[in-house]
Design a protein around this ligand. Structure first.
Ligand SMILES: Cc1ncc(COP(=O)(O)O)c(C=O)c1O
Length: 371
């Protein structure tokens, strides 16, 4: 029989997965309330086109997008965007700062693209950070704002000495919505809806600078073969018309639009940053004090406020711990494959309340004491 955690210790919501992540209460009911007006209707007609527009406008407000920056939406999720970038954004050669599994995947995609020169790859051990560095003959610098695999956060700042014709491509899949951003530092800030935007997977979204749009247009006009699915200029043109190139996941767009409304009503990005910072403080304060746990990321400045990684003492049976938590409705605390030796990973996206993070730490203490 599993241990039964006292009800007064439990978080109000036990979903701490790093993605797909917690969808706030009431959202699925709001989707259901659309009845026959949205799901099952054409994506070329006003109800769904209006929804695409709500997402574009919501992001424009949330990021207070500078003149000339555009929101682009396409199908395939962030992983598809890496392949898209090799076709549609990297002109000849890219540089990648890799400090986790997701950054490594984009670097691998660039390495395998036979039409590109071999990328420069700067790497750091899991739990630490490496940044891009000015290099003469690259046309893209790529890095990850928040490495979901390790819980390391990186600054989004153009490398010192980088030229204006070199683009910065920032994977913000788990960062967007929760981490502060000076959007002018990124030419392409791309992400997906299943993390801070409390929605489902399958789409990619990108904030593109005028320089990035110009680059995409120049490559599209060249004789490079670009599969239609990776046609970024096509995606841009469709988004301008409140559409996507092929059929989007309508429910995903709806949930994201609802989350953007919630975020903007609460005060937008600064308010979300406050929320995730409160959660992170609760988590890392606990991990610093617990006799059997410690933050995995050694440098406090590199610890992510949205995805926390905590290394447990080898004497703690992590499988028994997480199994007990799952039996009590606290789910998805597993580390990313191969990261850490005895690790928990805890999402703290804006929808997750700091009080629930505190409750989670109390539940972990309670279970560890009894295992
Ligand atoms: C940082 C980062 N990049 C890319 C991805 C891939 O996103 P998707 O599953 O939408 O393709 C993820 C997914 O967890 C991620 O965390």
């Amino acid at each position: 029989m599993s241990l039964l955690i006292p009800a007064d210790l439990l978080p109000a919501d036990g979903r701490f997965g790093s993605g797909p992540s917690k969808v706030p209460a009431g959202r699925l009911e709001a989707l259901a309330a659309t009845g026959r007006t949205l799901m099952g209707t054409s994506h070329r007609q006003p109800p769904v086109k209006g929804l695409v527009r709500r997402v574009v406008d919501g992001l424009t407000t949330f990021y207070d997008l500078p003149e000339g920056y555009e929101v682009v939406i396409g199908n395939g999720g962030s992983a598809a965007f890496w392949d898209l970038a090799t076709f549609a954004l990297v002109e000849q050669r890219s540089q990648h700062a890799v400090f986790g599994e997701f950054g490594a995947k984009f670097a691998a995609a660039a390495r395998k693209a036979p039409w590109l020169g071999a990328p420069t790859v700067r790497t750091a051990e899991p739990g630490s950070l490496v940044l891009p560095e000015a290099e003469a003959d690259v046309d893209v610098y790529a890095w990850t704002h928040n490495e979901t695999s390790t819980g390391v956060v990186a600054p989004v700042v153009r490398p010192a000495g980088a030229r204006e014709d070199q683009l910065t491509l920032v994977d913000a899949t788990s960062a967007a919505g929760g981490l502060a951003l000076d959007v002018t530092q990124a030419d392409v800030y791309y992400f997906a809806p299943q993390k801070s935007f409390a929605s489902d997977g399958g789409l990619w979204l990108a904030l593109m600078s005028p320089a990035a749009v110009a680059r995409a247009e120049r490559i599209a006009a060249s004789d490079r073969y670009i599969p239609a699915f990776f046609d970024l200029v096509g995606a841009l043109k469709n988004t301008r018309l409140d559409q996507t190139y092929n059929t989007p996941a309508v429910a995903t767009l709806f949930l994201m639009a609802e989350q953007l409304d919630w975020m903007n009503a609460l005060g937008g990005l600064p308010a979300m940053v406050e929320r995730v910072d409160a959660s992170a403080q609760a988590l890392y304060d606990w991990a610093e004090k617990a006799s059997y746990a410690a933050p995995f990321v050694a440098d406090p400045a590199h610890r992510s406020p949205v995805v926390g990684t905590v290394e447990l003492d080898p004497a703690i049976d992590k499988v028994a711990l997480t199994r007990t938590l799952v039996a009590n409705g606290i789910v998805d605390l597993d580390a990313y494959r191969g990261i850490g030796t005895n690790q928990l990973r805890i999402a703290m996206y804006p929808s997750i309340d700091a009080a629930d993070v505190t409750a989670l730490t109390r539940c972990i203490d309670w279970v560890v004491e009894r295992l």
